[in-house]
Design a protein around this ligand. Structure first.
Ligand code: NDP
Ligand code: ZN
Ligand code: ZN
Length: 352
């Protein structure tokens, strides 16, 4: 066992605070990693505050992890001490079902183990995430971070990046398509970059007038202020795909009206009932589809890291000392971050 330091939420309402715990002994196929950077995903907030139910406290969030290898188990073949590596949202799965064999570990038929708030398949302990100084992960769930990427800016690719890349690729976004991205936060700003890199014409739907100029800087061709009914009406019937990163319940109907016939509304932000209800006419009359998508499997996560290196894509990050994590959560809830907080884990050493 190795002593680890981190930050944890002890209950639904308690702020994150310093927390000492143990990381497991290396198993034969494990990689031990000292964490250098960890991105802050809105899912961290949902879990710390138990928005989705099922949080087991203490919760140590964090699933956008970049660090360096400090030790490897006897059977590890892909990594060696010193390698710069990443860990995303998954740390285990059955590794032998149809989904796992297809590299879709996120849809493992026997259930995946999340990087935090998951249950270890071997010892039954609850997993602790990347808001900590070190982690031990099965080699299959460890990614290589290309040297061309800045390691801090690469961290959010492990969740925000793969979550937006995967559905755009799955649905075949390409030149000639019109793609709308709903919400310009951590996921949304990466969605814009990927949709552009795939050749699409991209529109940001945002509530925030203040993000208009920056949306264009991110590469968006157009911006729609979603709270302005006139702008929404003008966007009707235009889009092949909408990538919806909005993290709370919202009315899908005005967005569905923006799709062409056969258009696809891809949900990644909402993991709650659709409220208000979707009017079926918005689907039936135009053969539209509402789809969902969960992160991505390990091969595709490596692919998106390599894609970012090749296309010069990285996340726009605001570096954070871990002592300021609670203020960062409050700012994220207001949509006030450009566009991903990344914790510099060296700050943990500054003490509580
Ligand atoms: P952020 O907080 O970084 O961004 C969300 C954006 O949505 C905000 O910047 C804001 O954009 C917009 N938004 C926020 N609140 C509202 C609201 N009340 N109404 C309309 N728009 C709103 O979050 P992330 O990008 O980190 O995560 C987005 C969602 O995706 C979360 O729910 C997260 O849990 C989920 N997620 C899902 C994954 C999956 O695999 N499916 C993986 C990772 C995350 P603007 O100011 O431009 O309007
Ligand atoms: Zn995430
Ligand atoms: Zn499986």
């Amino acid at each position: 066992m190795a002593q680890a330091k981190g930050y944890a939420a002890q209950s639904t309402t308690s702020p994150l605070a310093p927390f000492n715990f143990e990381r497991r002994e290396l198993r034969a196929d494990d990689v031990a990693i000292d964490i250098d950077y960890c991105g802050v995903c809105h899912s961290d907030i949902h879990t710390a505050e138990n928005d989705w139910g099922g949080s087991v406290y203490p919760v140590v969030p964090g699933h956008e992890i970049v660090g360096h290898v400090t030790a490897v188990g006897d059977k590890v073949t892909r990594f060696k001490v010193g390698d710069i590596v990443g860990v995303g949202c998954l740390v285990d799965s059955c590794k032998d079902c149809q989904a796992c064999n297809a590299g879709l570990e996120q849809y493992c038929l026997n259930g995946f183990v999340g990087t935090y708030n998951g249950k270890d398949k071997i010892d039954g302990t609850i997993t602790f995430g990347g808001y900590s100084d070190k982690i031990v992960v099965n080699e299959r769930f460890v990614l290589s971070v290309p040297k061309a990427l800045d390691p801090a800016a690469a961290a959010p690719i492990l969740c925000a990046g793969i979550t937006t890349y995967s559905p755009l690729k799955h649905f075949g976004v390409k030149a000639g398509h019109k793609v709308g991205v709903l919400g310009m936060g951590g996921l949304g700003h990466m969605g814009v970059k990927f949709a552009k890199a795939m050749g699409a014409e991209v529109t940001i739907f945002t509530r925030s007038e203040s993000k208009v100029a920056e949306a264009h800087k991110q590469g968006a061709d157009h911006v729609v202020i979603s709270t302005d009914p006139a702008q929404m009406a003008a966007a009707a019937g235009q889009f092949d795909f909408l990538l919806d990163t909005i993290p709370v319940q919202h009315d899908l109907n005005p967005y569905l009206a923006c799709l062409k016939y056969d258009g696809v509304h891809i949900l990644v932000g909402l993991i709650e009932p659709m409220e208000p209800p979707v009017h079926a006419a918005n689907l039936v009359l135009k053969r539209r589809i509402i789809a969902g998508s969960l992160i991505g499997g390990l091969p595709e996560t490596q692919e998106v890291l390599d894609f970012c290196a090749e296309h010069g894509i990285s996340c726009d990050v605001e570096m954070l000392d871990i002592q300021n994590i609670n203020q960062a959560y409050e700012r994220m809830k207001k949509g006030d971050v450009k566009y991903r907080f990344v914790i510099d884990m060296a700050s943990l050493k500054k003490g509580a």
